[in-house]
Design a protein. Structure first.
Length: 209
């Protein structure tokens, strides 16, 4: 079960991914984590990646796919994996296909722009312990104070409305064309992320079985 999750920020891809990983005993692979681990371990590909990162350049698609193939070859990926954060563009998707990595299903999580803005702009994080709250969905007992440790809650810069709108524009321009790419291959399943979490999870499982 080799999966890709796509969808704009704030649709809950990460939450569903954790639940799918738990249920099907597959691995979630974040390309960001892969890059950091390879650099830290000083592998051949990691050293090459570090050269790009040190200059502030984007790591090439070929290099990322090389790291992905190394990761997928490990025993814990035998049951399958979820790709998180890759591919983001059509050239990356084409390079992934050419590398021989077989993708079974692409789950496309959808939600209205207003819903995404409400979800992300309401998020608050504790400066001390990192606990996450939401001003309407999971409000703290005392405004701007963490229930768990009493630390101060703050809003991340990228959760401010102007930043969210910009992230959605970037997503639509860069990543949304992937949906047509995988639709043409018959691999896309749309998941309505406006629903309650339990239903989103059930619909995701239904798409995979």
């Amino acid at each position: 079960m080799n999966l890709i999750f796509v969808g704009p920020p704030g649709v809950g891809k990460g939450t569903i991914a954790k639940m799918i990983v738990e249920k099907f005993k597959i691995v979630q692979i974040s390309t960001g984590d892969l890059l950091r681990a390879a650099v830290k371990e000083g592998t051949g590909l990691g050293k090459k990646a570090k050269e790009y990162m040190d200059k502030g350049d984007l790591v090439t698609d070929d290099l990322v796919i090389g790291l992905l193939k190394e990761r997928i070859a490990k025993p814990d990926c035998e049951n399958g994996f979820i790709l998180d954060g890759f591919p983001r563009t059509i050239p990356q998707a084409e390079a992934l296909d050419e590398s021989g990595v077989e993708i079974d299903t692409v789950l496309n999580f959808t939600a209205l722009k207003e819903t995404i803005i409400q979800r992300l702009s309401g998020r608050r994080i504790c400066k001390k312990c990192g606990a996450i709250f939401h001003i309407t969905n999971i409000p703290p007992k005392i405004e701007d104070v963490c229930d768990k440790c009493g630390g101060e809650l703050y809003q991340r810069d990228d959760d401010k409305i102007e930043a969210i709108v910009n992230r959605l524009i970037v997503y639509k321009k860069q990543t949304a064309p992937l949906i047509d790419y995988y639709k043409n291959k018959g691999k896309i399943v749309d998941i309505n992320a406006e629903l309650p979490l339990k239903e989103i999870f059930e619909n995701s499982i239904g798409a995979l079985e």
